[in-house]
Design a protein around this ligand. Structure first.
Ligand SMILES: Nc1ncnc2c1ncn2[C@@H]1O[C@H](COP(=O)(O)OP(=O)(O)OP(=O)(O)O)[C@@H](O)[C@H]1O
Ligand SMILES: CC(C)(CO)[C@@H](O)C(=O)[O-]
Ligand code: BAL
Length: 279
């Protein structure tokens, strides 16, 4: 029977019992409003571990935009039904006070990888992510943690933090799950109006075309400029970034001379979408 737990003390008691029985524990950190992308992480955790905890916590510390935090979709009842059907063992859904009591005073900064792209556009975002993820790892004592490649920079930040702080957990990155038309699944997609939803798949289409053009022509700057213009022509009102970066360190690349990632953040119909693909 799946349980929904709200306190660290209850969670610790359950996990201690599992560990005493020699069970391997997996954690899938989420902010809820679950979709098939999250479910693919849950299934990966179930394949790799004996017991699975899904955390649902809309982490105020990682939101630089208060409006985004207020509007973030919250659907705990339907999330719980989905996870119960999937055979998850525990949902850990703490309150903000449980995670951040009044005395809370710590912030984790992962220098370098946290700074460009999402880090520039959402100041303080990765401090919030790194801090809450370190806390969730400490709270759950999991052996493995599952993250989506859709949030590529986040995945690299978490991997760096785990290595740097010797946190005893294995971080597993999972493929991005897409709608049939290529749009990466995201909790924020429900905020797209019908026209924007119809236009949004251009994001993945244009990324894919640009990746091929970079491989074929090697003229990175021109390809990126064309792709940014194509996005605007496709209905995106603002392109915050569309850039080629080294895959692990996210350093700028003028030439394709190492494993790379093409990453984008752009606005359509008042919704900010992100995506990335390998090049
Ligand atoms: N389409 C997807 N495919 C695979 N993993 C995903 C996908 N969307 C989200 N995830 C992963 O699920 C985990 C929780 O993400 P989160 O709850 O923020 O969902 P989200 O859909 O990314 O929401 P948001 O609208 O905030 O981007 C993260 O590790 C994230 O990378
Ligand atoms: C990893 C995470 C759950 C931390 O709040 C969040 O950033 C997310 O949903 O990707
Ligand atoms: N998907 C990363 C969480 C966020 O957008 O805040």
């Amino acid at each position: 029977m799946m349980q929904i737990l709200r306190t660290v003390a209850e969670l610790r008691t359950r996990v201690r019992g599992w560990k005493a029985d020699g069970k391997q524990v997996g954690v899938v950190p989420t902010m809820g409003a679950l979709h098939e992308g999250h479910m693919s992480l849950v299934r990966a955790a179930q394949r790799g571990c004996d017991r699975v905890i899904v955390t649902i916590f809309v982490n105020p510390m990682q939101f630089n935009n208060p409006d985004d935090l207020t509007k973030y979709p919250r659907t705990e009842d339907s999330d719980a039904a989905l996870l119960a059907r999937e055979g998850v063992d525990i949902i850990f859904a703490p309150t903000p006070d449980e995670v951040y009591p009044k005395s809370f005073a710590t912030s984790i900064t992962v220098a370098g990888i946290s700074e460009p792209l999402e880090g520039t556009m959402r100041p303080g975002h990765f401090e919030g992510v790194a801090t809450v993820v370190a806390k969730l790892f400490g709270m759950t004592q999991a052996d493995r943690a599952y993250f989506g490649q859709k949030d590529w920079q986040q995945l690299q930040v978490v991997k760096r933090m785990v290595a740097d702080l010797n946190i005893p957990i294995e971080v597993v990155g999972c493929d991005t799950i897409r709608e049939q038309d290529g749009l990466a699944m995201s909790s924020r997609n429900v905020r797209l109006d019908p026209l924007s939803r119809a236009q949004a798949p251009a994001l993945h289409r244009i990324l894919t075309r640009a990746a091929t053009a970079i491989r074929d022509s090697g003229d990175v700057a021109t390809v990126l400029e064309t792709a940014r213009a194509d996005l605007r022509a496709a209905g995106f009102t603002e392109v915050e970034y569309l850039d080629l970066r080294s895959a692990a360190l996210l350093e700028p690349m003028a030439r394709l001379d190492a494993p790379a990632r093409l990453l984008v953040a752009a606005w359509i119909g008042g919704v900010r979408l992100i995506d990335n693909i390998p090049v």
